[in-house]
Write a protein that binds this ligand. Structure first.
Ligand code: SAH
Ligand code: SF4
Length: 356
């Protein structure tokens, strides 16, 4: 049988040559991305001929859900199997609950953040990360990245009009797959698909300075998060070997050139690991490093897993670190450890499923 092509890999305008007029492409996209239909045959506004032609050439199901876990805080972690049998994870995080007025009328909907994967595995080799353990298996295609959003929105019946945020913080290093990730950003942002503005999409990176520059030159309007985790090169290299190729100075210089919206800032993620990087001296160095940069800091408490060599610090330490940053005038939040009970840190559900 002929191998079908994933239609989610294409921007609407790329389908225009094949599906004329453009108006049909619009309709096709509405069926897939907004009405969540399951097959070409149900797309009743398209001609029978076109539906047949599309079905012989394309599919739009690049992944199947093989396991999921719901946390007490409402977040759901999905384990997906790709069409070649490899597995990735994604998480749905309800951030703000829906609100009602005094008469019981809904005034705002639940706000969701979707955390999605960009690669199967990762080659950055961070010593605290489970995804690093198996190395890189392969890049995801743009359509496999978009497919995670489609699957989660569709199966949770999140209507097209409800805003969702996207964070590229699942498995993999998004900037090691820049071509496909940047395409996914554009597909997700397209008005005929999900219309998720790039300002609602955050790319998180271990600091590939060269690709940060390339991403900046693309001027997509996405937000950038840097997984910094350490403030001097010796410690950072120990935690994140990628620091040998791109040291802290090279990352900071790439960031200074990165185009950001007037009202936005670069996010620095700082993983607090007990007794490794959580002391007052580290906080002081961090303040110095961020001097002159429109930055905000997000503290993450290390999420332990079986066999991990590091420990999670107590909340008190995180609060002290945060207090110090705030006293120095730096916006600093502590990431809610959503889904702790469901192994929500990167790679942890996949690992568990392989052990079972
Ligand atoms: N590769 C990218 C994006 C995926 S990792 C990056 O490193 O930024 C997303 C975030 O999860 C990163 O900030 C990473 O440091 C963090 N992370 C990895 N393992 C973790 C763990 N065990 N506990 C808490 N956070 C972890
Ligand atoms: Fe890769 Fe990010 Fe994990 Fe480091 S933290 S190994 S860059 S996924």
């Amino acid at each position: 049988m002929k191998k079908l092509i994933n239609i989610l890999d294409f921007l609407p305008e790329e389908l225009e040559n094949e599906i004329k007029p453009m108006f049909h492409v619009k309709q096709l996209c509405q069926w897939i991305y907004q009405k969540y239909v399951d097959d070409f045959d149900s797309m009743s506004s398209l001609s029978k001929d076109l539906r047949l032609k599309l079905g012989q050439k394309y599919h739009f199901s690049p992944l199947q859900c093989v396991n999921f876990l719901q946390s007490q805080d409402g977040s759901i972690k999905y384990l997906f199997e790709l069409n070649d049998g490899l597995r990735i994870e994604a998480v749905l995080l309800p951030m703000k609950k829906e609100k009602f007025d005094e008469k019981g009328k809904r005034i705002s909907h639940t706000k969701y953040t979707l955390c999605i994967s960009s690669q199967v595995g990762c080659r950055s080799g961070c010593s605290f990360c489970l995804t690093a353990k198996g190395g890189l298996k392969r890049n995801l295609s743009a359509g496999e990245i978009v497919g995670q959003v489609l699957w989660i929105k569709k199966h949770n019946k999140i209507p097209y009009e409800h805003r969702v945020n996207i964070v590229y913080m699942g498995m993999g290093e998004p900037l090691d797959n820049l071509k496909n990730v940047s395409k996914a950003v554009r597909i997700l942002a397209h008005n005929d698909t999900f219309a998720i503005s790039p300002r609602r999409q955050t790319i998180s990176t271990s600091g590939l300075a060269k690709q940060i520059k390339e991403l900046g030159q693309m001027n997509l309007g996405v937000l950038l998060a840097i997984s910094l985790h350490a403030v001097n090169d010796a410690l950072r290299t120990e935690l994140m070997p990628i620091n040998k190729a791109y040291n802290i100075a090279s990352i900071m210089s790439a960031i200074r050139e990165f185009p950001i919206n007037q009202r936005k800032r670069i996010m620095f993620e700082y993983l607090l690991i007990d007794n490794i990087n959580d002391k007052r001296e580290h906080a002081k160095e961090l303040v110095k490093l961020l001097n002159g940069i429109k930055a905000k800091v997000n503290l993450i408490l290390f999420n332990p897993y079986e066999g991990s060599i590091y420990k999670r610090p107590c909340m008190q330490k995180a609060l002290e670190f945060q207090k110090f940053m705030r006293e120095k005038g730096i916006t600093c939040t502590i990431r809610e450890s959503k889904g702790l009970d469901i192994l929500a840190a990167c790679g942890q559900l996949k690992q568990r499923s392989e052990e079972l």
